[in-house]
Design a binder for this molecule. Structure first.
Ligand code: NDP
Ligand code: ZN
Length: 351
């Protein structure tokens, strides 16, 4: 069957032929419909992130999938049911994080991530899975079901950030998303529907730009970081109750503290590489303490976040999904799904 993989010594994704997997006892076989591509895939291809399975010198890419049960193999699933797979799997034996159903909280070394770390992904015609790592989804979200995984990332980050403010009366009104990539834009749309009165999104693009169009169609304010660096956003616009960092630009993690209102929280999801720069650590430390501010880093997502993401995706307006997903390509033109120009927001490969 067709699979799209990157070799350990390769620079680009390649179309390869691999055997169609056979489900082991207790596993199901899933026929892949669509797989979304994101910044993480680009990092894996560039060799900045990710590890191939022990026995192979290549990694089948893809962690944002939607598919259909092809062979239920005696499990509670039925053939034809639409499913979205979760990303993490136990690295061999199950550990306490998987037993507690909190794989997203497992530290490095205690998980594999399909399509990213130690296990093949979903950019192929079929994959097998234990049923507990599949989330059943309604037909109504099947077309854009590959967005459930990225939405689940935002669900978890928002849950953890909001939980950090649960010890007191917190009524947030303003929110700023850093980054106008697909994750930032999806999160902006979610905040819009969660009762934030004023939302902002920070990017570094000139108009006309499709991401700025989406930001403004959502009723949010576009902030150009070249004119208004994050450290000046609070003065130029307003102090933010919530900042959601999705650029991966390391200074943003710290400038977030300055952008926050008293009692505010910053959720950090961007994944930077090593980046050295100067900061006034004392002032940041003082800001965090004297103004009850919090920074929360989060990665990956668990079943409750996937289940919430299904509902969220179902509630997002159709125009947004149509504008956000700029290209869905077939396997024969899969390279297009990995293009990284300013017109591309979110792409998917269709099998
Ligand atoms: P993208 O690369 O598509 O988006 C990042 C966006 O940030 C781009 O639009 C980029 O603008 C913008 N940006 C970068 N630097 C700046 C800056 N200095 N000022 C303003 N805008 C800036 O990535 P995704 O949306 O897919 O993901 C966002 C981040 O989240 C990535 O770092 C990714 O690795 C991470 N991630 C984390 C996960 C987790 O579990 N924690 C899961 C998934 C992703 P431009 O395009 O104009 O360059
Ligand atoms: Zn992703």
């Amino acid at each position: 069957m067709d699979a799209i993989a990157v070799y350990d010594d390769g620079d680009d994704p390649e179309l390869i032929d691999v055997p169609r997997p056979t489900p082991a006892s207790g596993e199901v076989l899933v026929r892949v419909s669509r797989v979304g591509i994101d910044g993480t895939d680009h990092e894996v291809i560039a060799g900045e992130h990710g590890v191939s399975p022990d026995d192979d010198d290549y990694l089948v890419l893809g962690h944002e999938a939607v598919g259909v049960i092809e062979d239920a193999n005696g499990t509670a699933f039925t053939e034809g049911e639409v499913v979205v797979p979760m990303v993490r799997r136990p690295p061999g034996t199950e550990n306490e994080y998987f037993q507690r159903d909190e794989p997203d909280m497992a530290p490095a070394g205690q998980y594999h991530e399909r399509g990213i770390v130690g296990a093949h992904g979903y950019l192929c015609e079929y994959f097998t899975s234990q049923p507990e790592y599949l989330v059943s989804v309604p037909e109504s979200v099947a077309q854009y079901g590959f967005l459930i995984e990225p939405v689940s990332i935002a669900e978890k980050a928002l849950e953890h950030a909001i939980a950090s403010r649960a010890a007191f009366e917190w009524t947030p009104e303003s929110a700023l998303v850093l980054g106008n990539g697909s994750l930032g834009l999806l999160t902006l749309a979610m905040l819009d529907r969660r009762g934030f009165d004023r939302t902002y999104c920070l990017g570094r693009r000139d108009r006309p730009d499709p991401t700025i169009d989406i930001i403004e169609s959502l009723g949010a304010t576009y902030v150009d970081s070249r004119d208004t660096p994050l450290s000046r956003v609070s003065a130029a616009y307003e102090p933010m109750d919530l900042v959601f960092e999705a650029t991966g630009h390391a200074p943003h993690a710290f400038e977030t503290v300055e952008a926050l209102a008293p009692n505010g929280v910053g959720a950090l999801v961007g994944v930077p590489g090593s980046h050295q720069f100067e900061i006034d650590g004392g002032t940041l430390h003082e800001e965090l303490v004297l103004h009850n501010k919090a920074l929360v880093g989060t990665v990956n997502s668990g079943r409750p976040h996937f289940e919430r993401a299904v509902e969220t995706l179902d509630s997002l307006p159709e125009w947004l999904l149509d504008d956000l997903v700029t290209d869905v390509v077939g396997v024969d033109t899969f390279e297009r799904a990995f293009s990284d120009d300013d017109h591309t927001i979110k792409t998917a490969v269709e099998f």
